[in-house]
Design a protein around this ligand. Structure first.
Ligand SMILES: C[S@@+](CC[C@H](N)C(=O)[O-])C[C@H]1O[C@@H](n2cnc3c(N)ncnc32)[C@H](O)[C@@H]1O
Length: 419
């Protein structure tokens, strides 16, 4: 029988604040998990909690995830950890030693190891075996169904956080995403260096954009919300953290197969970038699906050949992605020396492209629904990836792309399904 400890709610709160041993275990665990991406985070001087503020008010590094946060953005008593790690710590402590129950204003803590969790909203035990709880897609914590905001993919705490922190007007979105910009994101001028005589095999068009500001706002907002939920900053260009790669590593001469973008296609792409860099998407939005998480789908008719997005994220060499858990890796530049082959890894910086659903190309029905393809091109002598509609796309269609179309099977798609 597990040992029972009875304590008041105040004492309960203290258990989670002052359990030194488990706190250290937690720190070690999180530290291990983040060791690889630690250097990278040194460069992202953004508050982990409010995300969008770059002011120089007092800040510190979280002892858990090592990200920076403003002191003003966390509780007085818990200055060692950012708010996300605090909740994780609470749940982890619980999993290690306690199950709690509230009876009146008294809390009963059962001392035992358990796979159960407390609800991150009401702090009362959730039984994972009964279908009465859900996991929030932002904080990854479990909540009772009644504590969850059922209208939404997020728990009520995260939902409120996003409502309070995200822009609520279309005109404020470009300024908002400016705050997310990294100094390592390469926003180069796209210029036509040489006239390309040979036309590209695919004709790219500037897509149609929604007619009303309200609709455009819904689209951009859905993207920003999904990015924020996954702690990804918006970025519409490739990002080169010095410890991962340098822009010079992306030299199109290493890969002969890359096409230079012809004059008409470059023109369409330039026009497209003027909008997309401001966070304005073509008629696309990010929705949520219970089975796959976030998905990109159309909000209007999209003509075959329309540009949908540039595939953006951090650029990494093979050796830096080998142990990567990222689920959206895409090859950028195939180098004769495989160690120098470059990949786009949208882990911290990306755009709508990383929400495009994958398919399992061993299943015929799934291949048939592909409506997005990529054109891998050379612009300013650097490799870039442009996603475009490979067929007409009807309103409300989910976008599907074969992430293994390069034939290297880097991307696990077993068990994938059509939604
Ligand atoms: C490129 S990301 C797509 C965005 C992702 N859904 C998210 O919420 O961040 C790829 C991941 O989405 C999920 N996914 C995408 N397409 C899927 C499909 N057709 N069936 C099942 N899972 C899919 C898988 O978890 C995969 O690792």
């Amino acid at each position: 029988m597990p040992k029972k400890i009875i304590c008041t709610l105040d004492q309960y709160a203290n258990i989670f604040r002052h359990c030194e041993l488990t706190y250290k275990q937690f720190k070690k665990l999180i530290h291990k998990k983040n060791k690889r991406s630690l250097n990278q985070q040194v460069f992202s001087f953004r508050c982990k909690v409010c995300m969008n503020h770059r002011d120089t008010s007092p800040h510190r590094r979280c002892n858990g995830c090592q990200d920076l946060f403003h002191l003003k953005c966390v509780d007085e008593e818990s200055k060692q950890l950012c708010s996300k790690c605090q909740v994780q710590l609470q749940n982890m402590l619980l999993k290690l030693q306690y199950i709690t129950q509230v009876e009146g204003d008294t809390l009963i803590v059962h001392e035992c190891k358990s796979s159960n969790s407390i609800c991150s909203v009401c702090y009362i035990l959730c039984d994972e075996n009964q279908n009465q709880s859900k996991i929030c897609y932002r904080c990854n914590l479990r909540q009772h169904v009644q504590c969850y905001n059922s209208q939404n993919e997020f728990c009520s705490v995260c939902d409120q956080y996003l409502k309070d922190n995200l822009p609520y007007q279309f005109d404020t979105i470009p300024n908002y995403i400016q705050l997310w910009k990294s100094e390592y994101t390469c926003q180069d001028d796209l210029i036509m260096i040489d006239k390309i005589k040979k036309q590209n095999r695919v004709r790219l068009y500037l897509p149609k954009y929604s007619d009303t500001k309200e609709q455009q706002f819904q689209e951009s907002y859905s993207l920003i919300k999904a990015l924020c939920a996954k702690s990804i900053y918006f970025s519409d260009d490739l990002t080169y953290f010095p410890e991962d790669s340098k822009p010079e590593d992306n030299n199109a001469k290493y890969e002969r197969k890359l096409e230079d973008l012809d004059e008409d296609n470059l023109k369409s792409f330039l026009q497209f970038k003027e909008f997309s860099r401001l966070g304005i998407t073509p008629q696309l939005m990010v929705d949520f699906h219970i089975k796959t998480g976030f998905i990109a789908k159309s909000t209007g008719f999209i003509k075959k050949g329309s540009i949908l997005a540039e595939y953006c994220g951090e650029v990494k060499k093979w050796k830096n992605i080998i142990f990567d858990q990222n689920d959206s890796i895409m090859e950028l530049l195939s180098h004769p020396n495989p160690k120098k082959t470059l990949y786009v890894v949208p882990e911290k910086y990306s755009n709508i492209a990383r929400f495009v659903c994958g398919i399992d190309n061993k299943i015929k029905e799934q291949v048939e629904i592909i409506n997005v393809k990529c054109l891998r091109v050379a612009i300013n002598k650097q490799a870039r990836i442009i996603m475009y509609a490979c067929k007409d796309i009807q309103p409300n269609e989910i976008l599907y792309y074969d992430y293994n179309s390069g034939g290297k099977y880097l991307y696990p798609t077993e068990g994938y399904q059509i939604l």
